[in-house]
Design a protein around this ligand. Structure first.
Ligand SMILES: Cc1cc2nc3c(=O)[nH]c(=O)nc-3n(C[C@H](O)[C@H](O)[C@H](O)COP(=O)(O)OP(=O)(O)OC[C@H]3O[C@@H](n4cnc5c(N)ncnc54)[C@H](O)[C@@H]3O)c2cc1C
Length: 414
């Protein structure tokens, strides 16, 4: 390796901390070759590696067991948009907002709803949860048609391409989406795009009880309205609501909205129903503070899961709020800052005890990490995930401890 790969390596400082762990050193490679050189050097030295994009989700996932090197992807900024083919190739460090602005100018979009403001494309992929509109366009991983990653040994690997029908190596990208940087560093990704819909309608209805929610969701499942999102919002205190998003032509969304309202809310006073022609600014955004628990349940049980989380929260006097896609069965329970270890444990145990539901802590506050709270619970397919980790990162140097494959019960070599 030339020295070029480790150019710009500097001592780490408190501003580089990942979940409170200050890395020994940090570097911002200028391009993919620089990134590859840096990881090759890390491999030679046996360094553990953490990755930073915009830093907005560095407190998500497990606390790293160690961080000898922090790789900052801020130098990997590039947008190569092919509007004619509805595809774009983007450097990992590119801010999601910058990508959205470039695509919008051409009347197109990457169909994900940001759940945090200020993130990068690499961070979006590495943390991997899809926002409300996954219902219509598929989960984030399904929008990826190609990916370039740098492996822990510094070798560059490419899968897929920029052509939508080229699906070679698709699975490699799937592994890295939601991998928290534990399998390698994402350098760039190519995505399929969608045209921006000319019109949108947001319908908002109250859900006075679980029975109301289940009735309305049954009606929605039977309808031909093809919503882009069906979102629940279920607090412990205050009113629960259902929000349905329709996208399409102005005439189309109006007639679909009218039909849906008739079947969803017969007899409901007009002042109880809200119809808007744009999404609120905070659409899909999760609270920036406190603990977040991701719930994955059979879609038909989404309302029951949201109601159960509220019931458990009420029982421990904690004002939790559950939001998410009723049709995809993916929800997030937000626990306010400062909730006790005992309260979060009651919530997790209550949710995990239900057969077929998984509850994963995606962001825990410091005192919960310190108490050794179980972030993952029982994870289906864990043995396969561990085998993938062993094959792709045999030294367990990439973000040790960040993901379920590096949980304390997994022997590590660092
Ligand atoms: C489960 C989950 C689902 C999410 N779903 C969405 C969503 O649908 N839409 C949305 O906008 N946001 C989503 N987010 C949050 C979102 O990813 C972050 O707000 C933001 O996009 C992260 O970008 P960042 O650049 O700030 O990442 P950072 O906070 O810098 O990093 C986040 C994580 O990704 C790793 N990472 C960052 N860049 C790379 C890279 N190039 N290669 C490998 N690993 C890397 C980091 O080590 C860290 O573990 C989700 C987060 C989580 C945990």
């Amino acid at each position: 390796m030339t020295r070029q790969g480790i150019e710009g390596v500097r001592p780490g400082g408190p501003e580089d901390a990942v979940c409170g762990v200050v890395p020994a050193r940090a570097a911002r490679p200028r391009d993919v070759d620089g990134l590859a050189g840096l990881l090759a050097e890390a491999a030679r030295n046996g360094w553990s590696v953490a990755v930073r994009g915009g830093g907005t989700a560095l407190d998500w996932g497990g606390r790293p067991a160690s961080a000898d090197l922090l790789v900052d992807t801020g130098g990997l900024v590039r947008i190569d948009h092919d509007a004619g083919d509805l595809v774009v190739e983007v450097g990992a460090g590119t801010p999601v907002a910058e990508l959205s602005a470039v695509l919008a100018k051409a009347g197109q979009r990457l169909s994900v709803d940001p759940v945090r403001a200020g993130g990068t494309v690499g961070g979006l992929l590495a943390t991997g949860l899809s926002g409300p509109r996954r219902l219509l366009t598929g989960a984030l991983r399904d929008l990826v048609i190609g990916m370039t990653v740098v492996r822990p040994d510094g070798v560059m690997a490419r899968s897929g391409g920029r052509v939508v029908k080229n699906v070679a190596g698709y699975d490699l990208a799937k592994l890295h989406v939601g991998g928290y940087g534990t399998l390698g560093v994402i350098a760039s990704a190519a995505f399929r795009l969608h045209p921006l819909p000319p019109a949108l309608r947001l319908l908002e209805l109250p859900l006075p009880s679980l029975a109301h929610a289940e009735r309305r969701l049954t009606v929605l499942r039977a309808s031909h309205a093809v919503p882009a999102a069906v979102e629940l919002d279920w607090p412990v205190e205050g009113r629960s609501r259902l929000r349905v998003v329709l996208e399409g032509t102005p005439e189309g969304v109006d007639s679909r909205a009218a039909g849906l309202l008739e079947s969803l809310a017969p007899g409901l006073p007009a002042e109880e129903v809200r119809v808007a022609d744009r999404l609120p600014d905070d659409w899909g955004l999760l609270p920036a503070e406190g603990t977040l628990i991701r719930l994955s349940v059979p879609p038909a049980e989404a309302a029951a899961a949201a109601a159960r989380a509220a019931e458990l929260g009420g029982a421990v006097d904690t004002d939790v709020r559950t939001t998410g896609s009723a049709r995809a069965g993916t929800l997030v329970t937000a626990v306010p800052p400062g909730a006790s270890v005992a309260a979060v444990t009651v919530l997790l145990e209550g949710l995990r005890s239900h057969s077929g539901w998984t509850a994963t802590v995606v962001r825990a506050e410091e005192h919960l990490h310190a108490a050794g709270i179980d972030l993952w619970g029982e994870v289906p397919g864990l043995a396969v995930m561990r085998a993938v980790k062993d094959a792709m990162d045999p030294g367990h140097r990439m973000a040790p401890g960040r993901f379920v494959t590096g949980a304390p019960h997994t022997p590590r070599e660092e």
